[in-house]
Design a protein around this ligand. Structure first.
Ligand code: ADP
Ligand code: MG
Length: 312
């Protein structure tokens, strides 16, 4: 079983930022309002995510690190209308098999929290501790037992670019939540709950955001909204979110490119789950739409009134 977990881990955990993504998604799935991230040595020494969500009960803590355990799918029908980020029950078991993992958690009904520590997937300790309501997951010494993988990692600088990018993606998708990030004990972001525009202002700066135009369009199927820059922008990546999930969609990107050239955009699509097939295989995100034409039409209607404003 340990070998199987380690192989699965290779798929889920490509680099520190893949761990960060899974941990942030778990925190968002538990209706936390605060998500606090700490990273040391680009995540090779430590990736820690605390949330003030529901917490994990003592008897479920051991389950949480078991392969294919998930509390998120209650019935098969749920598979067709997934609204949580996670549902495969693979992240924690995979992460635990390639790191030193500690989970500390308490629910609001418990006086004490519990703490579970594993090393390379083996349980080291399981005990009662004092801790705030919520969950803290600490991943230390990632890939300590997978030497080939550790060598494969890029410079700390590059890995941190990936880490910050994952953090910002989820912070942009969830501006109503408090997101904090510190890297090597220095606070990098402290983003209080706010509007989307305020959040973007803290991330990109006032000058940049003032040059963005808000656009919105809704039809029988769903809604698309977001910000588009009035001029072309270099060195800032555009963002696409589908049902709050950051995705890469060459299809949507190419429509946007045709319409507005190199202008920057952040677009949110709220669509019924049956219409979008987000293949959330951990390593890659592929999005398929039931009818691509509908998406083309939505984007056309979204930009129609403003097209002459966007200097491509
Ligand atoms: P998945 O997210 O696909 O369910 P994970 O391996 O990421 O699988 O997590 C396993 C389970 O552990 C989750 O289904 C959930 O019950 C529990 N869990 C993980 N992280 C948290 C958290 N931050 N707060 C509460 N429960 C959590
Ligand atoms: Mg998960």
């Amino acid at each position: 079983d340990e070998v199987v977990n380690k192989i699965a881990a290779g798929e889920v955990v490509e680099r520190p930022s893949s761990v960060l993504k899974e941990l942030i998604e778990n925190s968002l799935d538990t209706s936390a309002s605060l998500i606090e991230v700490s990273i040391e040595k680009a995540g090779k020494r430590l990736i820690s995510v605390f949330d003030n969500g529901e917490g994990i009960e003592k008897q479920d803590l051991i389950n949480a690190v078991k392969r294919h355990y998930t509390s998120k799918i209650k019935a098969l029908e749920d598979l067709y209308s997934i609204i949580t980020y996670g549902f495969r029950g693979e992240a924690l078991s995979s992460i635990s098999s390639v790191s030193r993992l500690t989970i500390t958690s308490r629910t609001k009904n418990d006086l004490h929290g519990s703490q579970l520590s594993l090393e390379g997937g083996k349980i080291l300790s399981f005990s009662e501790v004092g801790c705030p309501v919520g969950t803290k997951v600490e991943v230390k010494d990632l890939f300590f037992n997978v030497l080939a993988r550790e060598k494969f990692l890029k410079s700390e600088n590059t890995e941190n670019i990936h880490n910050v990018s994952v953090f910002l993606n989820y912070a942009i998708a969830n501006p109503d939540k408090h997101f904090k990030l510190s890297i090597d004990s220095k606070q990098v972001y402290n983003l209080y709950p706010s509007s989307l525009k305020e959040r973007l202002t803290l991330i990109y700066g006032k000058d940049f955001v003032e040059n963005l135009k808000y656009v919105e369009y809704e039809n029988y199927l769903g809604k698309v909204y977001g910000f588009v820059s009035l001029d072309s922008v270099k060195n800032k990546k555009s963002h696409i979110f589908i049902n709050k999930r950051p995705v890469k969609s060459p299809f949507i990107s190419s429509i946007m490119k045709k319409k507005i050239g190199d202008n920057f955009f952040i677009l949110f699509f709220d669509l019924p789950p049956y219409f979008v097939d987000v293949n959330v295989h951990p390593a890659k995100i592929e999005v398929k739409f039931q009818k691509e034409k509908v998406i083309v039409d939505m984007i056309e209607s979204l930009l129609k009134d403003n097209l002459n404003e966007f200097k491509a």
